[in-house]
Write a protein that binds this ligand. Structure first.
Ligand SMILES: C[C@H](O)[C@H](O)[C@@H](O)C(=O)CO
Ligand code: MN
Length: 418
């Protein structure tokens, strides 16, 4: 059977459950997902030569890492050509592009240092999300930035945050798409601290100072990302879940950002999404795959990934959740890592849109839980692959099995020559 016939047959099967697969495909094409630039170069950036710090780590030494803005853009273009769906570009401040020997430290960054990225995004019809970079820098003092007891250090990082607000405002104006600006720091202590509240009060004040910088409240969406622990920061994290949720709840316009690698291993973000949606008009996500801890493995189409997407869809919250990918693997082809992760999240969203959510809710409300279990199990073996193949076809990208051939050629022709 050719693909089109397979799609028609799958469409009829889903149709019996009241699912309109054409509508699901059309809807997904319009939903932006933010693609993180830092998968392409192991979270290095262009403004320093030092190691990756902040309690995060990339492992592996696969050949072909992007070393310059041009290489990173070239790799991203290759990846994008193999991903269906609408993309946004997610940048970190350390990816500033300096020209003609110019350099600006993080507290002095200006929109002009990101002009090339704006050009790149506009040419591809993408909005831009942004992240101040509070790590991999010699002004991280004793592992602390915004919560440092040293006023000079704290001031430097507050100025960095303010510069990033101005840059986010510029991104939104230039692209016409709201810019999600996420504040994450690795601030914390390896061992048991003597004062847990002091750093948090300083952190609160620092973020408040950053957010006092004028910006268009409809166009820039500041977020605070929580974390349970990092490498070398095992005992105490300043920006804990309780801290960031409370901060966002009490500061209008500030969104909570949940990274699903940032919780205890038995906690699931799929359950936290509807809880937060009861209270916050908008929330943000970093979507990753934690293996035993915040390992930032490449996202796959696994159970929890599917469950997170299902929650967003069945809460009718596609317009209220800003979705960004956040993982980094240096042990495999990096372009492939981008593609697998992005396609996995697209699959998860499409799968969620092809789930009979109204029917399942009805069964739950009528306490027909056996029937609910049976149907939830059976739909797992429905011909979803045929719907996915049709989505890829309509988006003009290679279907599964085929896209990897292009990666193999790209590796031979471009990556290994670096
Ligand atoms: C590079 C990102 O900002 C970083 O991954 C952060 O979002 C995070 O999740 C740290 O663990
Ligand atoms: Mn994250």
């Amino acid at each position: 059977m050719v693909n089109k016939e397979r799609y028609e047959s799958a469409k009829a099967i889903y149709g019996e459950l009241g699912i309109d697969t054409d509508a699901a495909i059309a809807r997904l094409k319009d939903i932006p997902v933010s693609l993180h630039c830092w998968q392409g170069d192991d979270v290095t950036g262009f403004d320093h030569d030092g190691p990756l710090t902040g309690g995060i780590q990339t492992t592996g030494n696969y050949p072909g890492k992007a070393r310059t803005p041009d290489e990173l853009m070239e790799d991203m273009d290759k990846a994008i050509s193999l991903m269906p769906g609408k993309k946004k570009l997610n940048l970190h401040a350390c990816y500033a592009i300096f020209e003609d020997g110019e350099y600006a430290d993080r507290d002095k960054l200006e929109p002009k240092h990101f002009a090339k990225w704006v050009e790149f995004a506009k040419a591809r019809n993408m909005g831009i999300d942004f992240n101040p970079t509070f790590f991999s820098h010699d002004k991280v003092k004793d592992g602390l930035t915004l919560s440092s007891p040293d006023e000079g250090t704290r001031k430097f990082w507050i100025e960095h945050g303010k510069a990033c607000i101005r840059i986010s405002n510029y991104f939104a104006k230039e692209t016409g798409v709201p810019c999600v600006m996420n504040i994450w720091t690795g601030d914390g202590y390896k061992d048991i601290p003597a004062d847990r509240m002091g750093p948090r009060m300083r952190y609160k004040d620092s973020i408040e100072q950053i957010l006092s910088e004028p910006y268009d409240k409809n166009q820039v969406k500041p977020c605070v990302e929580s974390k349970v622990f990092g490498i070398g920061v095992e005992s105490y994290t300043v920006g804990s879940a309780e801290f960031t949720l409370s901060f966002a709840a009490t500061h209008e316009g500030c969104l909570p950002l949940m990274d699903n690698g940032h919780y205890h291993p038995t906690e699931v973000v799929s359950d936290k999404i509807p809880a937060l949606l009861c209270y916050y008009p908008e929330i943000a996500l970093h979507i990753t795959r934690p293996v035993r801890w915040d390992s930032d493995h490449v996202l796959l189409f696994d159970d929890e990934t599917r469950e997170m997407a299902k929650e967003i869809v069945r809460c009718e919250a596609l317009g209220r959740v800003y979705m960004a990918l956040d993982y980094f693997d240096a042990s495999i082809n990096r372009v492939s890592a981008w593609v697998i992760g992005f396609r996995s999240w697209q699959k998860a969203l499409l799968n969620a849109l092809c789930t009979p959510n109204a029917l399942f809710k009805k069964l739950q409300d009528e306490n027909r839980l056996t029937e609910l279990m049976v149907l939830q199990e059976e739909i797992k073996t429905y011909p979803f692959g045929d719907i996915w193949a049709e989505y890829c076809r309509q988006c003009g990208v290679q279907e599964d099995k085929k896209w990897f051939e292009e990666i193999v050629s790209y590796e031979k022709e471009v990556l290994v020559k670096r």
